[in-house]
Design a protein around this ligand. Sequence first.
Ligand code: ADP
Length: 301
Amino acid sequence: NILVLGSLNMDLLLRVPRAPEAGETLIGHSLALFPGGKGGNQAVSCARQGAQVRLLARIGRDADGQALRAALAHDGIALDALQVDAQTPTGRALVMLEDSAQNRIVVLPGANATLQVDEALLARQLAGAQFFVTQLESPLPAVLQAVAAAHRAGCAVLLNPSPMQPLPDTLWPQLDTLVVNEVEAAAYAGCAVATPEQAAAAGQALRARGVARVVVTLGAQGAVTVEQGGCSLQPAPQVQAVDTTAAGDTFAGALAVALAQGQSLAQATARGVRAAAVCVTRVGAQVSIPTAAEVDAQPEA
Ligand code: ADP
């Protein structure tokens, strides 16, 4: 049982041979809409790993919002906490995907920016949840309020602080598990992060601020775990990456479900790495997130 608070965006995916230079005009391959947003992606990843999931998010009263709602309902995600904003359009993301699998993303928050947290309602939604999972594509005050409520309620908090933004020192001790990519690890820990050794050092620095467990994702290298007992590298299997959109979200969701099932941090991270390896071989955000059976079929590194 997992409660996710986060963003919902309709992704407008433009596939191009390569990104155009300033002033240049290029012929693209295709343009299509895909359900996305970090909150929705992480909720879908949890649901496809077999967890009971509730999503606290906000959409606009428009076609994009309806399409996102339908996609989430299809995955069996409880949507009684989904808010509808009559004034603001559903969030959107413009994703430019190159043949090289490099992407460039611009997010227009829309209704995500007006997400509200009702403490009494949240307390009921947290009852029975083993994990509270959130990111930073939602308003920071709402995220901080919800993290504090979850922590008070004894629910383990998993934070994926993405996109990166300054956070208060009081947040770190409320976190059970922190999931950061190289860029976030470097920025929050204040050191360079490219190698597994550097990732472990950054993880130790973040643990010193009060986070119980840290996972640093390293793209094609896999992920590094840092906890009281020590560090481990969980290498990624070699795959043909076509689109890494939602790789980090797939990872975070699969990790949360494995931790909620009682697996060790290293085991749960290995599961997340396998799930994310499947995700990067497919185009799109939520449509690229694998089921538990598809993860089982992915060989380990
Ligand atoms: P983000 O996408 O959030 O920036 P990463 O690039 O670190 O984060 O990717 C998250 C996870 O996705 C990695 O830890 C890894 O398990 C998986 N992943 C990303 N890129 C690849 C790749 N090219 N091959 C295999 N796995 C990958």
